[in-house]
Design a protein around this ligand. Structure first.
Ligand code: ADE
Ligand code: ZN
Length: 337
């Protein structure tokens, strides 16, 4: 039986359910797009950018992340960004992805909704055709903006329901509770979208409750604060409500002091449907393989735990049943070799 190693974790078939496409913008591509679009950056070198990626909290990160996204203007930019991520997925054997995009980050700068969606969707279609990676695209509303702005964004998506599969909620959590978005989530549900929301990343366990009971989401993004609330833990275990957890992100944004104190494996062992994801890999020091490796290095992730985490991701994904079966078979083949 193969032991856990970098090689084994990299080859392990993986599924990514919590990934902001804007958060995959590597410094090299940032410079390339800035040059292509004649945009002045406040940095002079890739090294300078990397040094700036030190964050004290979520807001610290968001400020630099939104600034980076300003180099994205044209359809080709969104295509190139998405394609670079897909190539990384191929390298790391990530076989199914459900990326987020933040339309408002771009539409406020005058980029048409269609430019954003068509660039991303074409790359995802090529990802399936050329790399065999399946996907479900999820549109997130920025929670620091108003619900009216989210509703306007939802309306813009009406012509693209063939390529957008779900809606989510991201950006600054504190002070922007799920209740602020009840109307837009109700409308999105009526349009047939799947629903997810960031909750309990920096915000309290009560935001997880209201994401479940007020917004009616089908997955919680992050959700690590659930561990503070025994009743909520019971609810999550009984309902097998998935949490898309992002270990490297949580340490980089100081949600945990270090990886050794991360609670993801405690939650897994208690029976919560937790999954591993990379969030904003360019900013947080790694993609899927690096997140698994971090759990192995700091928390002694076992082979059985790694396999359970992948099985949870398959169960929690919005892939069609036949694809879920295929993914399960691929996993079975890999672990029985
Ligand atoms: N947008 C991109 N990454 C995010 C995160 N970790 N939390 C909230 N909003 C985000
Ligand atoms: Zn996120």
């Amino acid at each position: 039986m193969s032991e856990i190693s970098h090689k084994w974790l990299n080859g392990l078939p993986k599924i990514e359910l919590h990934l902001h496409i804007e958060g995959t913008l590597e410094p090299e591509l940032l410079f390339k797009l800035a040059k292509r679009n004649s945009i002045q950056l406040p940095f002079n070198s890739v090294n300078e950018v990397k040094k700036a990626y030190q964050f004290s909290n979520l807001q610290d990160f968001l400020d630099i992340y939104y600034q980076g996204a300003e180099v994205l203007l044209h359809k080709q930019d969104f295509y190139d960004l998405t394609w670079a991520y897909l190539l990384m997925c191929k390298q790391q054997n990530v076989m199914h992805i459900e990326p987020f995009f933040d339309p408002q980050t771009h539409t406020v700068r005058g980029v048409p909704f269609e430019t954003i969606v068509s660039g991303i969707a074409e790359a995802l279609a090529d990802g399936k055709g050329k790399l065999g990676i399946t996907s479900r695209l999820i549109m997130c509303f920025l929670r620091h903006l108003s619900e009216e702005s989210a509703i306007e964004t939802l309306k813009s998506s009406e012509q693209f329901t063939d390529v957008i599969y779900g809606v989510g909620l991201d950006s600054a959590e504190m002070g922007n509770p799920p209740e602020k978005f009840i109307n837009v989530f109700t409308k999105a549900k009526g349009m047939g979208y799947k629903l997810v929301a960031h909750a309990g990343e920096e915000g309290p366990a009560s935001y997880i409750w209201s994401s479940l009971d007020v917004l009616n989401v089908q997955r919680i993004d992050h959700g690590i604060r659930a561990i503070d609330d025994p009743d909520l833990m019971l609810r999550l275990i009984e309902s097998q409500m998935p949490l898309t957890i992002c270990p490297l992100s949580n340490v980089k944004l100081r949600v945990f002091d270090n990886m050794a104190s991360h609670t993801i494996l405690d939650m897994l062992d208690l029976g919560v449907c937790v999954t591993v994801n990379s969030d904003d890999p360019s900013y947080f020091g790694g993609y899927m393989t690096e997140n698994f490796l971090a759990l192995y290095d700091s928390l002694e992730l076992s082979r059985d735990q790694a396999i359970s985490l992948i099985n949870n991701s398959i169960d929690a994904s919005f892939a069609e049943d036949s694809r879920k079966k295929e993914l399960s078979n691929l996993l079975q083949t890999y672990i029985s070799d």
